[in-house]
Write a protein that binds this ligand. Structure first.
Ligand SMILES: [Zn+2]
Length: 589
């Protein structure tokens, strides 16, 4: 059952968009609106706009927009009903009854409950005879029982039915267990089989404390060594991080990014609770933006092997794009942090702290890597090294920082600093030109309707579509004119179908005495609702007059006429001449 209009209106009035968003984004006032750096894409100049007037937001950089519910859906990674529930809870508002019939939301809840029970089950196995080898493994890795409990680690028994039987006894359906990716159907489809068997288990917990997935490490030589939950209704691998739920509570604005679960847990045990890891895949930009919400700086602590170094280079790029400061750790003897700390016993924590304190930033790391590739005693190699090094330095945003590295470079290769600075200035100019061009094309593509996937007819009927959008926006600000508009121009006479649908909706909501801005995210897809807000926010309501409205209506009618040649042929030559004359005189006004 859909949520009632009255409930959404109450929710919107209690959860103001500026209060809600400002707990995630730093906002500055600009005229009647607020602006900030977009939390959904990487940027250095703010294109994220907030419109308190109609309770919406829109980002001109990535095109994401909507209302306060959309914002919570995106930033907390929730579906529509969950986002409403999240806001209602904050506002102390009771959810209306019967809103949980929604099949997807129900299944998602079932998955989370099954995961929680599975985590309990796996943990319990560790202390049963069947799980002894699991417990032995953790103890051999120097984890204390306290740490095991804190992370809820566990063991999945060899029997392929242990978990399924347990969950069924608790009343979970096969569909819930399979949808949680805790089991799969046997090839004959007749029964369900545990997905994890004979593995030590690492539950993955989200920021709200839900068990959303598992990683399982095999105890034999079988492959794959690590098995992770695939994406489910409750879990998206590329948008979550291991132990971020712990790390975000430390209050530190620096996170240590590790390669594996065991590294994170070992670091935690040694007192470094700000350690996190990706979930068996390379770092994504989604994860980098998630990190950005809780940290300003990331210390990359990947393995010293070739794969680890490649991953480091990739991670630097992604984290820097997200606007994070970066430091790199190189652990001596090519060890991973888990092994490094374990080998040093009581002194492990202090030794690791020492490495942390001496870690260099990524520019130093990249320059160091570059330097090892060139023999700068040869003049041609020196010139090539300087060119490459300058590219690295030019990627820095701070001119102060740039200057520091130019000095170092000048001393290192024995070239006048002023000469290097001149080259750098050229590079900087080119860089800012590129960025400005890119933003301009993105913006103009969106506005002219090129590549428009929401209103696909906009590109071919630009003039009509523009007038339609103006009319819709006008009515949102001038509800009292809705009836007049409907009489002059019923929705079926719109030129583009999407706008016709939106127009019909706006008229209906106004008729029902509801602001369409309060309900549009419930009744349209996220992208369509974003378009609605883009249309209304782009409109200057202060200059809107009744005359302006008639002008929009007239434009739409005349554009529609152009598309219906039959009508024209019914006209007498005099009529046509009269029509053309009218059109012309209007143009000259
Ligand atoms: Zn954006």
């Amino acid at each position: 059952m859909a949520l009632p209009d009255s409930f959404l209106q109450e929710l919107k009035s209690r959860c103001s968009i500026s209060d809600t968003v400002s707990s995630y984004v730093n906002l500055k006032r600009r005229g009647r609106n607020l602006v900030g750096l977009c939390p959904f894409h990487s940027e250095k100049t703010p294109s994220f706009n907030l419109y308190p007037e109609n309770g919406s937001f829109y980002c001109f950089g990535c095109g994401v927009g909507g209302d306060v519910i959309t914002f919570i859906m995106k930033i907390e990674n929730l579906d529509y009903i969950e986002a409403v529930k999240f806001l209602a809870q904050r506002a102390g508002l009771e959810m209306p009854e019967n809103t949980y019939d929604d099949g997807m939301a129900k299944l998602r809840t079932g998955i989370l409950e099954a995961n929680r029970e599975a985590a309990r089950f796996y943990y319990k196995q560790l202390y049963e005879p069947v799980g002894k080898q699991g417990l032995d493994y953790f103890h051999s890795r120097a984890l204390s029982d306290n740490t095991i409990k804190r992370f809820g680690l566990g063991y999945s028994p060899k029997s392929r039915f242990a978990l399924c039987d347990h969950l069924r006894k608790l009343g979970f359906t096969d569909n819930e267990i399979v949808s949680a990716n805790l089991a799969f159907r046997s090839s004959d489809g007749r029964r369900i089989v545990d997905r994890f068997a004979d593995r030590v288990m690492f539950p993955i917990i989200d920021l709200r404390g839900n068990v959303i997935a598992f990683g399982g490490r095999i105890l034999t030589d079988q492959k794959p060594k690590y098995l992770n939950t695939s994406d489910t209704l409750a879990f998206k691998k590329s948008a979550n991080l291991f132990s971020l739920n712990n790390a975000k509570n430390t209050g530190e604005r620096t996170l240590i990014l590790c390669e594996g679960y065991m590294d994170v847990i070992a670091l935690n045990q040694a007192g470094f609770r700000n350690a996190i890891a990706t979930l068996g895949t390379a770092l994504t930009s989604e994860q980098a933006l998630l990190i950005k919400r809780y940290a300003d700086e990331v210390i990359i602590c990947y393995d010293a092997d070739e794969a680890g170094q490649k991953a480091t280079s990739r991670a630097i790029e992604i984290l820097r794009n997200a606007g994070l400061a970066i430091r790199i750790i190189n652990i001596p003897d090519g060890k991973d942090p888990d092994e490094f700390i374990r080998n040093r016993g009581d002194k492990g924590a202090a030794a690791f702290k020492n490495i942390l304190d001496n870690s260099g930033n990524d520019v130093e790391y990249r320059l160091y890597k570059l330097r090892s590739r060139y023999d700068i005693s040869r003049p041609d190699a020196k010139a090539a090294y300087m060119a490459d090094a300058l590219k690295v330095i030019a990627s820095l945003d701070s001119s102060v920082e740039q200057d520091i590295y130019v000095s170092k470079l000048a001393a290192e290769i024995g070239v006048e600093k002023t000469a290097i600075l001149e080259d750098l200035r050229k590079m900087n100019r080119r860089k800012s030109g590129d960025a400005a061009r890119k933003q301009f094309t993105q913006l103009s593509d969106g506005l002219t309707g090129r590549k428009d996937t929401i209103n696909t007819e906009k590109a071919t009927h630009t003039r009509a579509a523009k007038a339609e959008e103006m009319l819709i926006a006008f009515l949102v600000f001038n509800n009292d004119m809705a009836e007049v508009a409907r009489q002059q121009l019923p929705p079926e006479n719109f030129v583009t179908k999407f706008n016709a649908q939106l127009y019909e909706y706006v008229l209906r909501k106004i008729d029902e005495g509801v602001s369409p801005s309060d309900t549009v995210t419930r009744d349209f897809t996220a992208d369509e609702a974003a378009r609605y807000f883009a249309i209304t926010n782009g409109y200057n309501s202060q200059v809107a007059t009744k005359e302006a409205m008639f002008e929009y209506i007239h434009t739409i009618i005349s554009e529609k006429e152009k598309l219906t040649p039959d009508k024209a042929s019914d006209m007498s030559p005099e009529d046509i001449q009269e029509m053309l004359r009218r059109k012309k005189s209007r143009k000259n006004q």
